[in-house]
Design a protein around this ligand. Structure first.
Ligand code: PMP
Length: 416
């Protein structure tokens, strides 16, 4: 039911009624729901005391094979659209691969670096906003200064990116979530991919951290297409520019998936030289589990359709409630992603923090306002990330209703 032109008093009354319900709803993080995790349960019994060797006869219980089982490299080559010789298999988290890549660049530099990044007077990274808070955390931890760049519906504002990287040699990289981006669902256009691959950078060791976390996470049969950036970089004579990343965290188990990185053979051999110092080999039993369960990309694609069937009603539920409660009010706009894990709600400027606080006090936990921006600072205080995957559908509908009420109440308070 809509509540046209409610007064501040009426909104406060409705809010008090919601508070009295003592809700406990959580839409903070993009975790898969339990029914999604159940989809991969068979994986847990595919490797046991009789089945621990890969198809080449390697005993996966033992040390070794530091870059990953050959079959795992082939699977992830298809997954990331590159050659198996360009792949390194990691542990359970692609975030570790990203964190360690940057940490090693700080300590040692990367191919093309005049010196380790920590010996530069400043190191800066471009951060398209809104973006992923854990990318920002990595920069913060390493003392890397973050420069926000605007996103539009084709990806980062490339005029801004090209200008910045051409004039400032301390800008060593850019974070990109190029498909169904966290949090605004954008997939980069071919033009953006080409401009990233070909742009002139003042830094000779500029890196694109291409975090393709949602590469295969479509909600609909009609899938977004993303141009292959490693190919594009090679064609432009910048083969070392990009580090591609992905994982099965939101395909198999979020806490026990397999991650992978892909890059030029020169970058790969640089990374591998360091990886050999940090591990004698990642978890090959888990790689084997994944190989047995999915077999190939067709297996992964079929599995992702099962995820989509669970996620689609949740995304559409959020959209329905937002449309019913907020469309035409001028108080908010929201994204309609065709994949990924998030919906972005943009309130009128200056309301997001208050909305999140009001929702929290009414038992609906939302990602802190500002988390989508470097240093937690959203200059317009307008972006709220909604993560509808984890709660049940009824819980999501209720949480979204509360959120919409909080948007109206925050606006009415401001106008009072
Ligand atoms: N990148 C992005 C953009 C994400 O949204 C997430 C999960 N929220 C991750 C990386 C984490 O991936 P992993 O589990 O492989 O570390």
């Amino acid at each position: 039911m809509t509540h046209p032109q409610e007064s501040l008093e009426q909104l406060k009354e409705r809010y008090a009624a919601v508070q009295a319900k003592q809700l406990q709803l959580d839409m903070t993080r993009g975790k898969p729901g339990p029914e999604q995790l159940d989809l991969a349960n068979a994986m847990l019994t595919l490797v046991d005391g009789d089945h621990y060797k890969d198809d080449a006869g390697t005993d996966c219980r033992n040390y070794g094979v530091v870059d990953g089982l050959p079959a795992a490299k082939r699977l992830f080559a298809d997954f990331l659209e590159c050659d198996a010789e360009e792949v390194i298999i990691g542990g359970n988290a692609s975030l570790t691969l990203m964190h360690n890549y940057i940490a090693r660049a700080m300590l040692h530099g990367v191919p093309g670096s005049p010196r380790p990044w920590c010996r530069e007077s400043a190191v800066r990274f471009l951060c398209p906003v809104p973006g992923y808070d854990r990318h920002f955390n990595v920069c913060k931890e390493m003392g890397i200064e973050m420069i926000p760049v605007a996103m539009n519906d084709e990806g980062p504002d490339m005029d801004q990116v090209e200008r910045l990287v051409a004039e400032d040699a301390s800008i060593k990289g850019i974070w990109c979530v190029p498909k169904y981006a966290n949090p605004n669902g954008v997939t980069y256009s071919d033009t953006v991919v080409d401009r990233l691959a070909s742009m002139t950078t003042a830094a000779p060791d500029f890196r694109i951290l291409w975090d393709n976390a949602y590469a295969h996470h479509h909600l609909y049969d009609q899938e977004d297409q993303l141009k292959n950036i490693l190919q594009a970089c090679k064609q432009c004579g910048n083969p070392n520019r990009v580090i591609m990343l992905g994982s099965t965290s939101k395909i198999s188990f979020a806490g026990a998936g397999v991650s992978a990185m892909a890059c030029s053979v020169e970058n790969r051999s640089d990374v591998l030289g360091h990886v050999k110092m940090e591990t004698i080999g990642n978890d090959k039993l888990n790689q084997l589990r994944h190989l047995r369960f999915f077999q190939n990309m067709a297996g992964i694609r079929a599995h992702m359709k099962r995820h989509a069937a669970i996620l689609r009603p949740k995304f559409e539920g959020v959209r329905k409630v937002l449309t019913r409660e907020l469309e035409g009010t001028g108080l908010a706009t929201w994204t309609q992603p065709r994949g990924g894990y998030f919906i972005c709600l943009d309130t009128a400027p200056g309301l997001a923090k208050r909305v999140v606080a009001l929702a929290g006090a009414a038992g609906v936990k939302l990602t802190p306002a500002g988390a989508t921006h470097p240093n937690g600072h959203d200059p317009d205080d307008k972006t709220i990330r909604i993560a509808p995957s984890m709660p049940s559908l009824p819980a999501i509908l209720e949480a979204t209703e509360v959120m919409a009420l909080c948007v109206k109440l925050a606006a009415a308070e401001k106008n009072a």
